[in-house]
Structure formats: C-alpha cells, structure tokens
Design a protein around this ligand. Structure first.
Ligand SMILES: Cc1cc2nc3c(=O)[nH]c(=O)nc-3n(C[C@H](O)[C@H](O)[C@H](O)COP(=O)(O)OP(=O)(O)OC[C@H]3O[C@@H](n4cnc5c(N)ncnc54)[C@H](O)[C@@H]3O)c2cc1C
Length: 602
C-alpha cells in the first residue's frame, strides 16, 4: 500500500480545512490536504449570504462586543463563551486578510467592504459577494494554498483514523477513482470534514455532508458535543419536489423579503420572543426602513433567529394557512412598491436566487413570491475541542469548522459559519503545527491499516441475502426526518433508537457489486456507517435534553429550563462499543463577558 508522511494532515478542503492548511504551512511544517471531491468543490463553495465580522463599515455602532452578545443570545447561552469571544474578536482580521489575499467583496460607496443584514445580527454585519460569498472565499483560499505549494490528495475518502499510545498518528483511505488504499502517517491530524445534513431527507447540504469527521473522531475515542442541536433553516425550496431542500439565502430577507401565509398575512409579527422584543420592529414600515439602513429603525421579525422563524412557518402550515405545496410565501418582489429599479436591484443583490428559481422552478422572483419551507441546514454539534487550540480530547487530533462544536451553542446565526471557518481554521492549523513540532511521529501499526482496508472492502465480499445500501440510506433519512426532526417527542425518539439498531444491523449486510473504480454503491455503503453513528448521537443527545432550546424543540417539553443552560451534552464511545451520554457543566463565564451580555440586552 502506498504511504505518505506529514507533520500536519488536514482532512477536508472547505473553508476550515484550507485555512488550517495555509496556517500550518506558514508555520513551516510539512502539510498534506485530503478531500473527497475535487479541490474547489467543497460544500463551502455553496455558501451564499456572507461572512459575519464586526467591521462596523455600514453601522459604526457595531463592535466585537455586540457580535459576541448576539452570538451568545442566538445560541441561547450554551455556547462555549471563550470560542464566541475569540470568534467575535478575530473575525474582522480574518476578513481583512482574505481581502488582502484577493477576495473581491461588494463595496460601500466609499470603497470599504459592504455588509448586509442577517437574522439575529443587531447591525449589518455580513461581508458578502452578491449571494456567492462561499465561491469567493474558496477561490481566494485555494489560490493562497496552491501558491504555498500544499500537497493535495483529491477525490480521496478517509475511512479510519489511526492512533497509538493515546494519540492520533495517521489515517487510512482510498482513491475514489481507482479504489486504491493509501496510508498517511502524520503527527497531527486536523478534521475539517463539514456537516451531516445528509442524515435527513430534506437538506440543503451537498452529497459530502455525511458526518464523516464526526464518526471518524468518535470511533477513534474523541468526544462529540451538542449533537441534539440541528439547524433547520426556515427557507428551503419546496417545489418542484426534485429541488426540495435547496437553500434560499437569508440574504433575501436581509434585502427586504417578507414572509406571508396563504391569507397574505405577515405572520412573523404574531410571535416575537421576549429576548428580542426590544430589538424588533413594531410595524412593517419600521422593518422596511431597517433593511434600507435607517439606524433608528429596528429589524423586521423575518430577521429573528432561524430556529424561531422555522417554527413559525411550521405553525402556519399546521394551522392550514400554508402555501399550496406545504410551505409559506417569501416575497422580495414587493419591494418594487418602495424602490425604483427594484427588478435590477434584486438581480444584482441576489443573482443566484434569481437564476435558481428561474431555472429550477420557472419562477421570476422579481415578479412573484417564492414558496419556501424548513430544510436541514447545519449541525451545531460536533467534535468537542479546546476553545483556543481546537485540539480534541484525543491528543494530536484537531477539528475546525462545521465538524467541530462549541461556538454556536443551540443555534447558529447566519454568517457565523464562514467566520468560524476562518477564525478556528487558522487556530487549528497554527496549533496543529505547534503540536507537530513538539512531538515525534508515532509508527503506524500495519495490522490496524489492514483491518481498516478490509472493513471498508467488506461490502464486496458479502454473499447471499445482502441489503442495498441506497435503500438503507433512504430509510434512515426518512426516519430521521420523521422521528428526530424539527418537532421531537420522547416516544418518537425512543422509536428512532429502535429503528437505528435495525438499520445498523442491515447495514452490516450491505452488499455491492462491480469493481472498486468510482463505485457509488460502495461509497454509499461507507457513508452509511458514518450517518448511522451521527444519527444515534443526535437521537441520544436529543432524548437527554428534556427541554426546548434553539434548534432543539420538544413537544413534550416545550419550554426552556434554566438548569439545562448549565451543561452541554457529550457523547463518547464506551469500550464495549455502545454510546455513553453525559452532561458536562459549562465553564463559568468571566464577569466582564457577563456584563457585555447584560449591556446588550436593551
Ligand atoms: C446552501 C448553503 C448556503 C450557506 N450559506 C452560508 C453563508 O452565507 N454564511 C455562512 O456563514 N454559512 C453558510 N452556510 C454554512 C456553511 O457554508 C458551512 O457550514 C461551511 O461551509 C462548512 O465548511 P467546512 O469547511 O466546515 O466544511 P465543508 O465546506 O463542508 O468541507 C468539508 C470538506 O471535507 C471533505 N471530506 C468530508 N469527509 C471526508 C472524508 N471522509 N475523507 C476526505 N475528505 C472528506 C470534503 O470533501 C470537503 O472538502 C451555508 C450552507 C449551505 C448549505
């Protein structure tokens, strides 16, 4: 088997992985970068609305303190406060650095980086490039990485992390094109494998979002945290069925788009949560003025946090006030009543949305409303890491970006992911390089490598009554959507655990035919193991949290309970292979940060 050696090995070439690899390489260590798809095609490329950073270019009242308080309020105070603090303080520098590396952001009239409104952000804060910010971010980081001479292995799937003497020392994986296995010996490994939205039927996530990093880390003995917190973005496409789940950026609402039920009522004004009452517009006129930059106006209720907006949409649909295909209407065309040249403005500010609806749904969003409904978008939970270094509980294993947990708490604010990738990607790369310099590379155990390859190839060897991996994956997605979805109950989640055990048993019999070269059935069989692990962690953590908070809503416990704000839920693999679930107290917050939160409540 071909083998490679690196000081720092980064798994994943989205925003977090690229930023980590650039930083480790700048520290002068030998860096390898591995990704499942082609370089430049990671899920980050799909990000639309922008990157959150308190640059205060559009509203000079903004600052890291306001961003910190907004992030904590959005996460309903179970965030890792230190990560929220670092993120708010460092995001502006990371965005300016991106600009210095060549990212071409939209500009204010006086030539600074333009910032737009987004849900839960008190002031316009999202640096953006139309609604194609992820593309620009990836393009810029990729240029920088290629320039640094990063060693990239693309279309390569990692199937196992290797460890010895209580720390990680490498990985095993296979080329998707040829099916050939390779082993990588590394002193430090950074996981930046993104999300797990593919555990659900309706999702905005790309095919790569199968929770690989979560599952790899878990199997290697690292801890997962906050897995109950899944973000259901309120506005996914719902029609036609073939495009169900594709994201409609919050930028539409940031630019003045409004949500209406079938009666034409702006239902978001009906239910404004107490913590946001003082910051939310009293009437439609004030909301419109806010979107147009009036500093004396407060945000429209469409820009409340995603968890709340998604639930309000569900309420309208359940009450029979939904749109014909089971969602609600999102209308940006209405702004022509207010703005001359509105059609051109919409096409300029939301070009991808215009094309998405025109081409996929034959709808002209400059003239008619869109139909939208919630879609599984983001996982707040992930690998438990140290706030400053991003190292997991397994020495030498680091994690950054969507596969790591902590910064978002119970709910992520839009735009805070791209900034998370930059801030914590950089930190992970920096500290992985420090770790690599300070430790010797441990030798690889050849038997463990052999075992990993044999397990991955097992679906080819199964004979007799085998199962189709696609069928199991589809049933898993349906089951998670129905039993561990937006609205949860104890009984349904217990049922989900039973179903998961049956699906896992069937996955053990999943068989594939043909050869190893680009064999999608085989890839699915491998993804399935990861999806099952992640789904179990989600269900078990959600059962443990007997309250409703952020993205986690329990019909049987519909209120927030103060006691539950004092801990995170952590899962870990026990020696017998079963999943341990425990409550881990949140570290006490320093008084100066508490004071910032209090000051920003008004
Ligand atoms: C449509 C859409 C729009 C969004 N818009 C915004 C926005 O405007 N602002 C914002 O802040 N957030 C946005 N988000 C969220 C944000 O884009 C993601 O959270 C973020 O891009 C995740 O980045 P990442 O670097 O963690 O992982 P990803 O970009 O998902 O990259 C993961 C990488 O890991 C690799 N990988 C995975 N598993 C393996 C494996 N087993 N072996 C090898 N490689 C592997 C993949 O190939 C890929 O290279 C949006 C999300 C979606 C779906």
């Amino acid at each position: 088997m071909e083998s490679f050696e690196y000081d720092v090995l980064v798994i994943g070439a989205g925003g977090a992985g690229l930023r980590a690899a650039i930083e480790a390489s700048a520290a002068g260590v030998k860096v390898g970068l591995i990704c499942k798809s082609l370089l430049g095609k990671a899920h980050t490329v799909m990000a639309e609305g922008g990157v959150a950073a308190a640059l205060a270019n559009v509203d000079d009242r903004d600052s890291w303190k306001v961003h910190f308080a907004d992030t904590m309020r959005g996460g309903q105070y179970v965030n890792n406060w230190r990560m929220a603090e670092l993120h708010a303080k460092e995001a502006p520098d990371r965005v300016r650095e991106l600009e210095a590396w060549g990212a071409v952001f939209d500009r204010t009239k006086d030539g600074r980086i333009l910032q737009r409104n987004f849900g839960g952000h008190r002031y316009p804060r999202l640096a953006h490039v139309g609604d194609r910010t992820g593309l620009e971010l990836i393009r810029t980081l990729q240029d920088q990485g290629v320039h640094r001479g990063l060693d990239v292995h693309m279309e390569f799937t990692i199937v196992s992390l290797l460890s010895a003497d209580g720390r990680v020392n490498g990985v095993v994986g296979y080329e998707r094109e040829r099916g050939r296995f390779k082993v990588f010996n590394a002193t430090a490994v950074v996981l930046a494998t993104g999300g797990a939205g593919r555990a659900y039927k309706i999702t905005s996530n790309s095919w790569e979002g199968t929770g690989d990093g979560h599952a790899l880390a878990y199997r290697a003995g690292a801890e997962l945290m906050d897995m109950e917190f899944i973000q259901f973005h309120p506005t996914g496409m719902i029609w036609p069925p073939s495009v169900q789940g594709i994201l409609v950026t919050e930028g539409v609402r940031g630019e003045g788009g409004i949500l209406l039920n079938r009666e034409g009522r702006r239902f978001m004004f009906d239910d404004i949560p107490e913590p946001y009452r003082n910051q939310t517009a009293d009437n439609e006129e004030e909301g419109w003025r806010y979107t147009q930059g009036d500093k004396n106006a407060r945000r429209p209720p469409e820009l409340l946090t995603r968890d709340h907006v998604a639930r309000c949409i569900m309420r309208e649909v359940k009450a029979g006030r939904g749109s014909p295909h089971g969602g609600v209407f999102l209308d940006i065309a209405w702004i022509k009543k207010k703005l001359s040249g509105a059609e051109a403005h919409i096409k300029r500010k939301l070009p991808s949305m215009y094309h998405q609806f025109k081409e996929l749904g034959d709808i002209d969003i400059t003239k008619e409303p869109m139909e939208v409904g919630p879609t599984t978008h983001y996982i707040m939970g992930g690998i438990r890491v140290d706030s400053d270094t991003q190292m997991s509980s397994l020495p030498g294993l680091f994690a950054a970006g969507e596969c790591a947990a902590g910064i978002n708490g119970a709910n992520r604010l839009g735009g805070n992911s791209l900034s998370d990738l930059l801030v914590f990607g950089k930190r992970a790369g920096e500290h992985a390089a420090v770790f690599a310099r300070g430790n010797r590379r441990g030798p690889i155990d050849g038997a463990a490598v052999q075992r990993a390859a044999e397990e991955a190839l097992a679906p080819f060897d199964r004979q007799g009554r085998t199962e189709n991996p696609y069928t199991i994956q589809t049933e898993l997605q349906d089951m998670m959507q129905n039993l561990v979805g937006i609205v949860r109950t104890e009984a349904e989640m217990q049922q989900a655990l039973g179903e998961l055990a049956k699906l896992a048993e069937r996955a053990g019999r999943a068989g594939v035919t043909g050869h190893r070269e680009y064999n999608p059935g085989w890839h699915t069989a491998i993804d399935l193991e990861n999806l099952l692990t992640v789904s179990e962690a989600i269900a078990r953590s959600a059962i443990e949290r007997k309250e409703s908070r952020g993205g986690h809503f329990r019909e049987d416990f519909p209120d927030k309970i103060a006691e539950y704000a004092t801990f995170n839920i952590v899962t870990r693999r026990k020696p017998d292979g079963s999943m341990e679930v425990r409550r881990v107290p949140l570290p006490p917050m320093p008084p100066e940060l508490k004071q910032i939160i209090e000051e920003q409540k008004s």
